[in-house]
Design a protein around this ligand. Structure first.
Ligand code: ADP
Length: 616
């Protein structure tokens, strides 16, 4: 029974935990769920900052001082031209310009800038995709001198506007553009971009950026912004170069990102470090370049792996509460929850972005579900024990009450006998008989209860004698008929081939008699109870007791062999009972190497069958 309970507990517990895992995954897919994952990402990003490194890029900055010298917004191109001239001597590896050059200004100014571009090898100019799907390219007199045109888009989160990754390519109309930093990297390393579905290969650097949708931002890459300690990518402004041209040497062999850093131009973006500093677009481009150059790629763990660990956490929670309870179970549950927190942190240290929310939710939900279920099962067991106790008490009350009846008769009769010495002979005899039969009944009752206890404790000594089955059935029928007559129930004996059994005749008689009296008890008056036997294969015999009584449903049939269990209908029938009989019958039958089978339908009747070993 205990096994059965535990078993059903595991099934439901496992189901609850699996449902928790699925719910956790589903919730993580919502935009709110993704938001939590982004915050967790930002947290780990700040927590696990890499050690500062020597950058291979330098920013040629048009800062506030430069803007002041060159005449504000209108002077940006002049400042750029001046900056390019300063650094040309230093022979940078490539120069990426993040300034939109989509229209002409004065001929003199454009011509000077064009000359500066012409003198700049490995030049990458910027273009961006307009809402209508066309590219805002530099005017031809500039783009003619560019070794490549790159897009300057990054992806910001719809909800919190943080820039965490950038599309490495973008398609507009029939033109596809690689990201400006990617082009700068390609030119600086003199490589080619080799595409495959899962990554890009440039000069032996494998960039893990799977192609997901060719017509949108097909390949994305998380930007590994330099740690806060580096205070950004080194910057030298045009104004500084003007004041100290020797600074140009700092650009030697580097990849240059030229752009506006002056605040107040609306080009400042928020990064996962946002509380430390926000960032001009040119630095974001330089950061993406550093991600490539340093090969510090952050790769997302697959949803299959994340999903599998969710189920793993759920299974661990289920097992924790299945195999233990109390403190050990709580500690195991705590370990599951801590594990769900350590996993994303460990993965991040290995440059894998492991979604935080699914595992966390799966662990919390399944632990809650498993603990709740455990509590429920314990409760149920307690209730059951409580129920059994009251049933036992009721049975004891009934038993003592039943015993009182013969005791009263014995007491009364013996008193009368003692008091009246001159009692007529026949009266005296009648009373003595009453005392005798009532004390026998009492003895039988006590015997039954003791047998029940001893049988279940396995202390009963069974006799091994040979006896005839039809004779045994006959004896039971004679005893039961007296009882059946009161309800005008006919006990019909069917075919009873002469078969012998081996075992304890008295116990077996108790079992068969019990089935017959039950059949009578739980049948309406004027019905028929049939008793018959058939041979069964393998030296066995089936003895059936069939009634037309109140019957039982499936669930009840499953419980009638429990001690003190009575069906509701039996209780309501007004028939006295203890719910012990069948538990004794079952024990007697199994100790004889037999089996008891029950078929029943409520309202229609029942059939109890004993399958017993025949004597050879
Ligand atoms: P008791 O008859 O003292 O209640 P038993 O252990 O003999 O106890 O039987 C247990 C329960 O099984 C009964 O209370 C009754 O609900 C059910 N039962 C037994 N035999 C029958 C039957 N022939 N038809 C319907 N219900 C039965």
């Amino acid at each position: 029974m205990r096994w059965h309970l535990r078993n059903s507990g595991l099934g439901t517990g496992a189901f609850l935990c699996a449902a928790s895992a699925i719910l956790a995954l589903a919730l993580s897919w919502t935009s709110l769920g993704r938001q939590f994952d982004n915050y967790a990402y930002d947290f780990l990003f700040r927590l696990q900052q890499p050690a500062p490194w020597q950058t291979s890029s330098v920013i040629l900055a048009i800062d506030e001082a430069t803007m002041g010298t060159y005449g504000g917004n209108n002077g940006i191109r002049g400042a750029l031209e001046s900056g390019l001239r300063h650094i040309s001597e230093a022979r940078p590896a490539s120069v990426a310009v993040d300034i939109i050059l989509g229209d002409a200004t004065t001929e003199a100014a454009d011509s000077r800038l064009e000359q500066a571009f012409a003198a700049t090898p490995n030049l990458v100019l910027a273009s961006y995709l307009l809402r209508d799907g066309t590219w805002a390219d530099p005017i031809p007199r500039f783009s003619r001198h560019a070794a490549a045109i790159g897009h300057v888009h990054a992806n910001f989160d719809k909800f919190d506007s943080v820039y965490r990754d950038a599309p490495l390519m973008k398609v507009g109309g029939h033109t596809r553009r690689w990201a400006l930093p990617l082009e700068a990297f390609r030119l600086a390393t003199r490589g080619e971009i080799v595409e495959s579905p899962d990554d890009l290969l440039i000069s032996n650097v494998r960039i893990p950026s799977p192609l997901h949708d060719e017509y949108l931002d097909g390949r994305t890459l998380r930007i590994r912004y330099p740690p806060v300690a580096m205070d950004g990518i080194p910057r030298i402004s045009v104004a500084q170069l003007d004041a100290n041209p020797a600074l140009a040497q700092r650009f030697a062999g580097k990849v240059i990102f030229a752009g506006v850093t002056a605040q107040g131009l609306g080009d400042r973006w928020v990064t996962p470090y946002s509380n430390a500093r926000d960032m001009p677009g040119i630095e974001m481009n330089a950061s993406l370049y550093e991600t490539l150059a340093q090969r510090r790629f952050l790769v997302d763990a697959s949803w299959v792996a994340v999903g599998a660990t969710c189920f793993g956490f759920a299974a661990a929670a289920a097992l924790a509460f299945y195999f233990s309870s109390g403190w050990p179970a709580n500690l195991a549950a705590l370990a599951v929850v801590i594990g769900s927190q350590l996993l994303p942190a460990f993965a991040f240290s290995q440059s894998v972005v492991w979604a935080w929310l699914p595992g966390t939710l799966a662990a919390l939900l399944s632990v809650t579900a498993a603990a709740g279920w455990r509590h429920f099962i314990v409760r149920q067991n307690l209730d059951r024990a409580e129920h059994e106790r009251t049933r036992y008490q009721k049975a004891m009350q009934f038993v003592t009450h039943e015993m009182r009846t013969p005791l009263t008769a014995i007491q009364g009769s013996s008193e009368l006998l003692g008091r009246y010495a001159q009692m007529p002979e026949d009266k005296r005899k009648q009373m003595a008989e009453l005392i005798n039969s009532e004390s026998k009944r009492l003895a039988r009752m006590i015997e039954t209860f003791l047998s029940a206890e001893r049988l279940s404790a396995g202390e009963m000594e069974m006799k091994h004698e040979r006896f005839s089955l039809p004779e045994l059935v006959d004896a039971c029928t004679t005893r039961a008929r007296a009882f059946a007559d009161r309800k005008q129930i006919r006990i019909e004996l069917g075919n009873l081939p002469p078969r012998d059994l081996i075992g304890d005749r008295e116990l077996m008689e108790y079992a068969v008699y019990n089935l017959m009296t039950n059949a009578v008890k739980y049948s309406p008056s004027a019905t028929v109870v049939k008793v018959f036997s058939e041979d069964e294969r393998g030296d066995r015999v089936r003895l059936s007791v069939v009634d037309e009584g109140i019957g039982m449903d499936k669930k009840e049939v499953g419980r009638i062999f429990e001690k003190f269990y009575r069906t509701k209908r039996a209780e309501q029938s007004g028939e006295q009972g203890t719910g012990i009989g069948l538990s004794i019958v079952e024990q007697i039958v199994t100790q004889h190497g037999g089996v008891i089978e029950v078929e029943s339908e409520s309202g229609k009747g029942s059939r109890f069958t004993l399958i017993l070993k025949r004597a050879k």
